[in-house]
Design a protein around this ligand. Structure first.
Ligand code: CTP
Ligand code: MG
Length: 219
């Protein structure tokens, strides 16, 4: 059994409003992608594939060095994952872990739990419980309150048995995450609750939070 890691890093980070692609935005002086790769470095992945913005492929290659193979990403996260997956030479019992470059505070032990679960059950995802009351809003007005029971926020890592991932990707269906394709196919997806440090750096204030966390870690 081999383990593979796919890191979608091809997004521009439009909500972050920075000139460089989000994965290259420095955190404590080093690109976000470096922190993310380092966080999972102790897991013995056979190959790590980073999906990069096509125009910056060379720059990403230089940054990744021996740590990862770089492929050109696509227009959407799903397309980037697809491109990375198609570059892999997997066999039946292998497991593919997918983790966003924009989530540098994941821990290797969280990823390991998700990978274990995927090996056993076929598919597993990181999730956190929803702490806020979720409102349905239209034109700045509330039109309803969702029942929070059983609601979780799904993130990454997500891990899948390679043969099953190949099968659901081949359906050509669309979903914002790969687990969604398993759901559409009627396949089970396990949930592993991880810490809230697994947040995705999305908005400018998330960078401030990230910097503060790294400062605290370095002390
Ligand atoms: N991603 C990707 N290819 C894309 C879009 C996104 O590989 N075409 C990656 C991002 O680089 C990121 C992860 O998917 O690591 C999660 O996406 P998100 O946080 O939405 O990043 P961006 O799409 O870059 O940000 P925004 O939506 O604000 O533009
Ligand atoms: Mg996006």
């Amino acid at each position: 059994m081999s383990l593979f890691l796919i890191v979608p890093a091809a997004g521009s980070g439009s909500r972050l409003r920075r000139p460089e692609p989000k994965a290259l935005v420095p955190l404590s002086g080093r690109p976000m992608l470096s922190w993310t790769l380092e966080a999972l470095a102790e897991i013995p992945f056979e190959t790590t594939v980073v999906a990069a913005p096509p125009e910056q492929k060379t720059e990403f290659e230089r940054l990744c060095g021996e740590r990862a193979v770089v492929v050109a990403g696509g227009e959407t996260r799903a397309a980037s994952v697809r491109a990375a997956f198609h570059s892999l030479r997997w066999s039946k019992d292998d497991v593919v872990c997918i983790h966003d470059a924009a989530r540098p505070f994941v821990t290797a032990s969280e990823a390991a739990r998700i990978i274990d679960e995927a090996q056993r059950r076929g598919a597993a995802i990181a999730a956190t419980s929803i702490v806020d009351t979720i409102k349905k809003v239209q034109e700045n007005g509330v039109i309803g309150t969702l029942d929070r029971t059983g609601l979780f926020a799904a993130g990454t890592p997500q891990a899948f048995r390679a043969d099953l991932l190949a099968e659901v990707l081949a359906t050509g269906r669309e979903s914002t995450d790969e687990a969604g394709l398993f759901e559409l196919a009627g396949l089970p997806v396990s949930v592993v609750v991880i810490s809230r440090f697994g947040f995705k750096i999305t908005h400018p204030e998330d960078l401030e939070i990230a910097e503060a966390l790294l400062k605290k870690k370095s002390e």
